[in-house]
Design a protein around this ligand. Sequence first.
Ligand code: OGA
Ligand code: MN
Length: 294
Amino acid sequence: MAIGIRSLTPDFAGEVSGVDLTRPLTATEVAGLEAGMDRYAVLIYHGQAVTDEQQKTFSLNFGALEVTGGGNVTQASQQRLGAFMADVSNLGADHKPLPRDDRRRMFNLGNQLWHSDSSFRAVPAKYSILSGRTAVDKGGRTEFADMRAAYDALDARTRSEIEDLVCEHSLIYSRGALGFTDLTDEERAMFKPVRQRLVRVHPVTRRKSLFLASHIGTIVGWPMPEARMFIRDLTEHAVQPRFVHKHVWTQYDMVMWDNRSTMHRVTRFDETKVRDMRRTTVAGDGMTVEQLAA
Ligand code: OGA
Ligand code: MN
């Protein structure tokens, strides 16, 4: 059966049929999925009961995997999953929901803020591939916003104002916005801000998009409050319902998105319930702007 992609909105988010992600894909299938990503930016597959190894193998079709270290406050000894699997669940190494006041849980609540994965790394991510191993039946949706459409909808004056702006991104800023500020010196060093262009160009389609994330703490050369206010306005514009697709999970859905042209967030849910989500991340292929010398 050939791969089919049904669009969920005219230009954003597609639902894929005719593919079994537990098996190796042909080069033609991979090319078809990449083309689908370039068009829809979010692809949704149903009924994909993959193992971690199968998820990694599938992800490697699209590039090298990102190393997961440096993205949270979970110690190596507390990890539930193996290398290259980002644990986006609400679970500890014992597979039980983390206590309400566990700092790993409080930190991970930051995923409820709009963001683009790894924008806090000098080389931000290409694709994220998220497997829903155990879904919750209320809340816990993942919402996606199309940053290409959001860019296109800006007026000409704003587009020219932001064209060459550079932002500083850090997990310190997104968690700080939640009042989570008790970071160790080591964590602060690990989360040192990086620079990203505010307007980026997709390497394949050449479409421009807004590179926004709650990780942004300032715009280089701007007073911080003015920068934050402007980023807040742009974000409010970018996440209007007309740019957003909401995914309601069923078990074994696999959702992949292009971090170069979308933002996402998870919605609140009852965290006494198990929500087991596992992510592989395809590494980006370069920085959006030069970093400051160390
Ligand atoms: C992620 C993420 C949202 C979710 O995997 O990067 O933000 O629905 N997850 O768990
Ligand atoms: Mn994320």
